[in-house]
Design a protein around this ligand. Structure first.
Ligand code: GDP
Ligand code: ZN
Length: 310
C-alpha cells in the first residue's frame, strides 16, 4: 500500500502522485467512501489517498481525512466538491486594473469559509501609475496588511517579489484566485519555468491534452510546496457561507459587534452602533463595512431561499 496525492481527476480516471513525485494512472472503487454527503465521497484534486498497484492502473484503497474541501454549486446549483486540502488561498490582484476591494473581501470570506489562510499578491508593480492609482495601490497594501494578511508585491516582467512569493508557497498547498488578466498564469510560469513540460507529462498520461486546461490539477513547485491550478474555482466566491465564516473574513468588525447597543444591530442606521462609530473614527474602513453588509445581505437571502425550498 502506497501513500499518494490526487493530482487530477478526469471522469472516472485519476492521476495520483507518489511521494517520490512519480505519476500514475489510477481508478477509485465506487464505494471507497460509504458515509457522508454524496458530493464529498469521490476523490478530488488535492486529496491524500492510499493505493495499491493494479493490472494496468493503480487502485485507490483509502481516501484520507481532508483538512478541507472547496464546495461549489454545479450548473443546477447542487453542491459539488472541487479541490481538497488547500492550506492557503493566494488572492491575486494587479496594479492595473486597480485592486477591487469588494472582490478581495469576498475572497477573504470564501477563504475563511474554506478554512484556509489568505495571502494577497499585488502583481504588475512594474507599471507606471498615475498618482491617484498609485495611492490606491498603496492604500490596498496598508488596509490588508493592517488586518493581518500577508501582502506581497510582484512583477513577472522584472521578477521583483517572486522570491518572497516562492517562500510563501513553500511547504504548503496553495490556490491562486483572482480576476482574469491579473497575471495568475504568468506568475505560475514564472515560479516553474518547466511548467509546459509537466503539463505535457500529464497530458501524455491521460492521452487527452485539453483536459489539463479545463480541469483542476496539482503541481509540485520547484521551490517547494504545491500549487493547485483550477479553472473552475479561480473565481470562487462564498457559496452560502456560514455566519461564522463571514465574521472570520471581517475580524475587525466581528471584534466590535458585541459593543453595538442592540444585539440584533444591522449596522446601518441604528443608534449606538459600534461599527458605524468605528468607521466614523477611521478605525474601520468604510469599504470594509460596505462589503460586510453586502455579504451579510446575500447570506440572509440565501438562508431564506434555502428555507422556502424545503
Ligand atoms: P491571468 O488571466 O490572471 O492568468 O493573467 P495572465 O497571466 O494571462 O496575464 C494577463 C496579462 O498581463 C498578460 O498580457 C501578461 O503578459 C500581463 N502580465 C502578467 N504579469 C505581469 C506583470 O507583472 N507586469 C506587467 N506589466 N504585465 C503582466
Ligand atoms: Zn452595529
Amino acid at each position: 500500500m502506497t501513500r499518494g496525492r490526487v493530482v487530477a481527476r478526469f471522469g472516472a480516471e485519476l492521476i495520483v502522485r507518489d511521494d517520490a513525485g512519480g505519476l500514475h494512472k489510477a481508478v477509485s472503487p465506487r464505494n471507497l467512501v460509504k458515509r457522508g454527503p454524496e458530493h464529498l465521497r469521490a476523490p478530488v484534486c488535492g486529496d491524500e489517498i492510499e493505493y495499491e498497484d493494479g493490472f494496468d492502473k493503480a487502485v485507490l484503497t483509502a481516501l484520507l481525512p481532508r483538512r478541507n474541501c472547496l464546495v461549489r454549486p454545479d450548473h443546477r446549483g447542487r453542491p459539488r466538491a472541487g479541490v481538497a486540502n488547500v492550506d492557503q488561498v493566494v488572492i491575486v490582484v494587479a496594479t492595473r486594473p486597480p485592486p477591487d476591494w469588494g472582490l478581495i473581501d469576498r475572497y477573504l470570506v470564501g477563504t475563511a469559509d474554506l478554512g484556509a489562510n489568505a495571502a494577497i499578491v499585488i502583481n504588475k508593480i512594474d507599471l507606471a501609475l498615475a498618482p491617484a492609482a498609485a495611492a490606491h495601490v498603496s492604500e490596498t497594501r496598508t488596509l490588508y496588511a493592517g488586518l493581518g494578511y500577508p501582502v506581497l508585491s510582484t512583477s513577472t516582467l522584472d521578477g521583483s517579489g517572486i522570491d518572497d512569493l516562492r517562500a510563501r508557497l513553500a511547504g504548503r498547498t496553495s490556490l491562486f484566485v483572482g480576476q482574469s488578466g491579473v497575471g495568475k498564469s504568468s506568475l505560475t510560469h514564472h515560479l516553474d519555468p518547466n511548467l509546459e513540460v509537466r503539463v505535457g507529462e500529464l497530458s501524455a498520461l491521460t492521452g487527452e491534452g485539453r483536459h489539463t486546461t479545463t480541469h483542476a490539477h496539482l503541481y509540485a513547485l520547484p521551490g517547494g510546496g504545491d500549487l493547485i491550478d483550477s479553472p473552475g474555482v479561480r473565481d470562487f466566491a462564498p457559496f452560502a457561507p456560514e455566519r461564522a465564516s463571514l465574521h472570520a473574513g471581517f475580524p475587525e468588525i466581528a471584534a466590535r459587534i458585541g459593543d453595538c447597543r442592540f444585539h440584533n444591530c444591522q449596522h446601518r442606521a441604528e443608534p449606538g452602533c459600534a461599527i458605524k462609530t468605528a468607521v466614523e473614527a477611521g478605525e474601520i474602513a468604510a469599504t470594509r463595512l460596505r462589503s460586510f453588509l453586502e455579504l451579510s445581505n446575500e447570506l440572509r437571502n440565501s438562508v431564506r431561499g434555502g428555507d422556502s425550498m424545503s
